[in-house]
Design a protein around this ligand. Sequence first.
Ligand SMILES: [Zn+2]
Length: 363
Amino acid sequence: MRINPSIGPDRARAVFDEELQGITTDAALRDLRHRWLARSGSWVAGFMDLLAAAAPAEKKALGRGANELKRHVEQALGDREAALAATKRPEGAVDITLPGRQPSLGFRHPLSLIREQIGDIFSRLGYQVLEGGEIEDDYHNFEALNMPEEHPARDMQDTLYLATPVPPPAVPPPTRGRAPRTPQPLTLLRTHTSAMQIRQMERHDPPVRLVAIGPVYRRDNLDLTHTPMFHQVEGLVVGRGITLADLKGTLTSMATALFGEGQQVRFRPSFFPYTEPSAEVDIRCIRCQGAGCAMCKRTGWIEILGSGMVHPAVFEAVGYDPAEFTGFAFGMGIERVALLKWGVEDIRLFYENDLRFLEQFGR
Ligand SMILES: [Zn+2]
């Protein structure tokens, strides 16, 4: 601090008092003390230098003024230090004047949201909503669904078998239906939730109206659109006089509920072992409304599920008379619906549990 000799100790005191006004922290107070009282370079040290060089006639007045300034500064700094200490919170005390911390609330997972929405849609239509076990035997997952051993259709689904067979779940034995042809049933992670349809039909007479929702497993590598575990919803309706028109009406109302009013669906012939006839079902592209875009590969349509009329062989397996009853079935991936509905491009995001991603879907 360069001392301006034209400022006498009285003016300097006014400068100090003004600076002291703005001091509210210990650090600022230390800095102020240094600038005014340090042995060299401070205001007080500057006046002492002036005093040493002053003419004898000026020495007395200047000396008194400098000493008074020094005492005043020391006193004022000491008072302010005490005042600051008095306002400090005791250690461990809670400052009740601080704004509260918002607790961070959890979010519903987007896949749970879709799963519940689909469950609600079908509950309102009078369907039973089932989950079922994730470990199945070969019979319920394949054989009873018209895929006996060596059936080429089994290649459509790469299966994860369990090294050690697991005992079947403790449920009452089926009331009808034929015995499995496979003598030593292999156990596996279910490749679709259709096994639940068989178990339900084995125990209940028609009419049947159910959706089975839950995780299924395939031997797939993880990439943008595949995961070894994903979620499916499968529906089954059996009764007298159930037709393809009932299937189309049901799927159209589901598509409307999921993707909005006026949603159109179209059926394309396909093949599944457990339905005949079978159809892949497309919806109007929800991004371009049918005009053609990258998401629908310029076709205006997006494949969303597989469906068909239940194959008579499936009815025979569970002891229903195919001459008396007809039914329809459909199966759809929950992840696929979520990817389309929200325009998510990488399925892996649903499993990484990054809160920044999950928070975007509401509670
Ligand atoms: Zn499109």
